[in-house]
Ligand binder design. Sequence first.
Ligand code: ADP
Length: 697
Amino acid sequence: MNLSTYKKSILLISISSCFFLLLFFALYSYTLKQEKSDYEITTADFKKEIESLLKSNWASYENQIEDMSFWDDFVKYTHQKDEKWFDFYVGTAIDVYDLDLVSVYDLKGNLINAKTRNNSDKDIIPKEFFPLLYQKKYLNFFTKHNNRVYKVFASTIHPSNDPKKTLSPPSGYFFMALCLDENYFKKLQHISSAQSCAIFFTDIKPDSKNVQYTKVLNNWKGNQIGKFHFSKKHHRDFTTSKIILRVIIIAFILNLLILIYFFKNWIYKPLQLVTTILESVSNHKNIKKLKKIKGEFGHIGDLFEDNNHQKLKLINAKLDAEKSDKLKSAFLANLSHEIRTPINAINGFSELLLNTKTTAEEKKEYLKVIHKSGQNLINIIDDLIEMSKIESNLITPNYSAIDLESAIKELFESIKITINPLKEIEFILIPSEHKPLHDIITDETKLKQIITNLVTNAIKFTEKGTVTLGYIINEEQKNIQFYVNDTGIGINEDNLDKIFERFRRIESDLSIKVGGLGLGLSISKAYIELLNGSITLDSILGKGSKFYFTIPLEYETRKPKKIKKNKAIKILNDIKQTILIAEDDNINFLLFEKIIQDFNYTIIRAKDGQEAVTICKKNPEISLILMDIKMPVLSGFEAILQIKPLYPNIPIIAQTAYSSEEDKIKIEKAGFTDYISKPLDRNKLKQMIATYLNGHS
Ligand code: ADP
């Protein structure tokens, strides 16, 4: 049976209720039966008691009348009608037996003598009755007179020798009558358990509270003249038991209703909520309702909420993963394009140089293209490395005090000269209204990188018009707001937030033409946040964009501490000096060799860090070491640890493919005298060697 928990519980409640009701009604009907049988038994006992009481009471009268009715003197009296004799022998019975009437009639039905308590009682004997008495000899009956009922005992009078009254004819009629009145009732009540007795001439109302017995009173003709009614309290009263049983059933029904009501509210409704929540995808309203219920269901509500949050997180993570997957695919396609462009240029122009006859002018032009393409490639790689460092949280700000005004001017000039003169763009630096009061503390390299990224974008995405750069010092809010405005292609509203996501680019003819990896803004944003700042932008599609970013304004209060470079050790020597080049890559070594061969130096090569250490130990005449950082066996960092204690005064220059600020700090800390980044800048290398070997700069 596929029943819900609620239905099962209701079924269980119904079955147990039915069982209870069955028991209850069995008990109730047993009580009613008990009550009935108890009443019947008590009534029967009462009837027996009253009947035997009446019988014994009336038997004494019957015996008396029988005894007196075969008596010679009484026969004689019926003839002589001696009233004195009557008063003395018969009339006294009225007091002895507490009667109401004693009377004697002759055979003709004429009253001879009568003795009564009440004069009107004389006429209670009906004349028509005499013939019947003549026949029957003894009779007793009830008669009604003046609304009073009498028990009449009647007998014919015979001589003593005829006790059975069969031998002689009657000589008269003898009557004794007893009025069934209050006095009589009192006497009966006194000697019986009856609490009330009375004569009724009408119907008697049944009364279940009392035990009753009613005797029908018939006259001599056998007609009913009234009822003799006895009653007493029924001591075993079942009313209380019945009330208790009724209260129990009402309480049970109430209890059942309350049970169903609370069961519905506490179990059914929460279960319904749980089902609805589980069936629907997101159901905040129902979860809220469930949470409000105290106890387990509230806890389930909390769990649902947690679960929903996790579900949401998972969905978001999935969406993010999908988005990032898409972005990565787009990025790879883009990267491939971005890398191929300079490589194509390098390949194409170097092939032209190799395979065609070129004038000196053309050669210079081709080499310039190759050089520029190489630079572009390096920029791409730098951005990629920077982004991966940002993602791995490896970037920390490197604060120093800078003169903001001159730093911005310097940056402005350096960007300005890179703008293609063919572009109809005016690049303007808006002077700040309030100049900073002192040097400010920030990460100069990162700040310059952010501005460069924004300005480069502004120039890239503006065909014609102006690009403005400026900053506002807000002393009150303690921040500096930089802005880069352009009159370029602009960005539509939907993409305003998206452009800060890594690898995100807005596809347009211009963006395809100018290229880019979609990393510049995300790197800038990460830098700004690193400096505790924020970036926003306003842009109108087709009209231009305004990028704003703020960083905290913090003045240098101490004397600015110049970051010391390791002291350049200048060795002035006329003899041919030896340079150790520790470089595992053959092409890089060749490049070094070619650049250095113009000078009069002896060059020794080490192919890994370990070899560099060994050579140093063997050749104390070495004057300068150019050490690659990333080498097999021992890295540059490990090798310097062994070389430095041996030759603390030899300048050791690190060559590195990484050029971030962090790398620079790491190199400085390791004890390198200076560093040069790859790809090698010929002039810089020459100048460096000259500086450290000969003291020229
Ligand atoms: P990239 O410039 O290398 O594509 P960025 O992260 O610097 O990557 O910029 C992301 C995208 O934002 C760009 O491709 C371009 O679509 C849009 N964008 C950035 N700056 C501007 C600007 N000044 N005007 C119009 N679009 C811009």
